[in-house]
Structures are given as C-alpha cells and as structure tokens.
Design a binder for this molecule. Sequence first.
Ligand code: ZN
Length: 320
Amino acid sequence: MDHFLNPPQPEELNLENVKYEKKDMVATVTINRPRVYNCLNFQTLREMTRAFEIASWDDEVGVVVLTGAGDKAFCTGADMKEQNNEILERPRNYWKWMGAFIEAHDKLMNIGKPTIARLNGMTVGGGNEFNMNCDLAIAADHVYIRQVGNSHGSVAAGGATQWLPLIVGDRRAREILWLNEEISAEKALDWGLVNEVVPYNQLDDAVDNMAKKLLQKLPECVRYTKEQTNFWRKMSFNQTVGHARDWLTVHTGAYETHEAMRAFNEKRKPDYDMLRQRMATNDSYEHLWGAPMLECNECGTKDIPEHFKHCGNCGAPLNK
Ligand SMILES: [Zn+2]
C-alpha cells in the first residue's frame, strides 16, 4: 500500500528545467527556462511528464496549474536551437522529440484532476498546445497567443490542428493556423481561447481564486467530468498525432524546412517567393541543388544534384 499512500515526491526527481511546487492542494508546474522563453527541449518535456505523473498520483493535489517562469513567456514551443543542432541534420531525432512531446500531453490530459493554464507571457506554437490541453486558462493582459508552423517550416499538429477547431471554431482555427498572427489576450477571451484576462499583478490571485472554486467540488465527479469533456479532444488528438509524428519527421528533411530554419537562424523571413518560383518554373522544389539524378562519366559517382556543373567526387565536368 505504501506506494499508493506515499507517491514519489518532486525532490526525488532532480528536476532542472521544471519547477514543481505544492501548496494548499494545488500543484504548480512551472516551465523554468525563462532565458530561452520557456521553450521545450527534449529534457524539459521528459521532466514535465514526470511532474504531471506525480501530480496525478498525489492525493494531496486537487488542482494542477501549468505556467512558465517570469513574465515574458508562458512557453514558446519547440527549442529552435535544439531543433537546429540535433534534429535538422538528423531528422529521425524529431521522431524521438515528438514522442516525448506526445507523452507529456497524454500525462496532462489524463492527469485526473482539473488543470489551469496560467498564461504569464507569450504563448506560442507548442506553448499554445499546452495551454489548450489544460481545462481552463487565465491570461495576463499583456499576453499574446500565436501559432507559427506554416511560417517557420512546421505544421501545428501536436494539439493545435486538433483542438483549435473545437475551442475557437473552424474559421477562427484556420485563421490562426494559416495567417499566424498574434491573438491578443482580449481577442483570445472573445474567441474562447482563455476563460479570463487580468492585469499581470492580479494573475496569481485570479488563479488561486479559480483553484479554490475547483477544490470546493466533488473530486470524483470532477475527474469524470474531465474524462467526458475530453472526449472530442482525445478523439481528434489520438486519431491524428501518431501520423503527425511521422509526417513531421519526414518533413524535417524537406528543403522548405531547411530554408525556413536557416531563415530563422539568420533572423530573416523564409524566401517564400523563391520557393514558389522553383515550383512555378518546373525546377526542383524538394531538393536544394536539384534532384539527385546525374551520374559522373569519369568516376561513376551517382545521385549528383542536377544543378551541379562538376562532379563533387572527382571534379570532372558534368554534361547532361
Ligand atoms: Zn566524378
């Protein structure tokens, strides 16, 4: 029985990127990487999963709050440095990263108690997907929410394509997913993307207040109400996210992803016109130097890109 009565405690976990606090039956999980706008690397996702698991099992916890450290960012989605250094060159690592991302979402969705997103700053990309996974959300009035996938080389299929239509309606979901514009806190409230907007200095009081109201409800009824209201979220997420995991892994090797990531590193916009022109002029859109179709008559090297004028292996001129 002991392991039911005494679930593991956060200090046993050696959490580095996530802070876990418990007070008055409320557990607060804080993504604690404020210097990088609380973005999500592999380790952070793994720690979030463990923090959610502890909160789920602990009977001294009735409500879980998810937030970010500082007042700049709630969470800004994938860690672009990690994506660039460890995933762009080895796309198969995306599959591992996305596995950790899905696992954290599953633990949060099935945590068995009400969750509140405390939006303390910008809520972008995968950050908004964690916002939407929570049952309720309170935003500080300086917050904006934004999806960025179609601008920066990805598809927001880790919660946003699935849940935005449910939460804000289909037309607004498409606007958020395609136009990638900032949604102010006021607009997010109007669209039902958050439940409440307050000045930043009242954020903690508003969250405490909501948590106290939730604690004055029957735990079992609350838990099962969550399971019931999760039906459409789970249906849409579970039916599509494994597919998304694989498609996004493959897409990580695409030329448009390469161009978008390079643009991000060079602090410029991706060259959308160039990409479209390559297609419109019947050039290769999919390969940086053209399709790997040429063969060297001198040394026999195959799969040389069609725009190369010389063999990259022996230097001989290539004639098409
Ligand atoms: Zn050659």
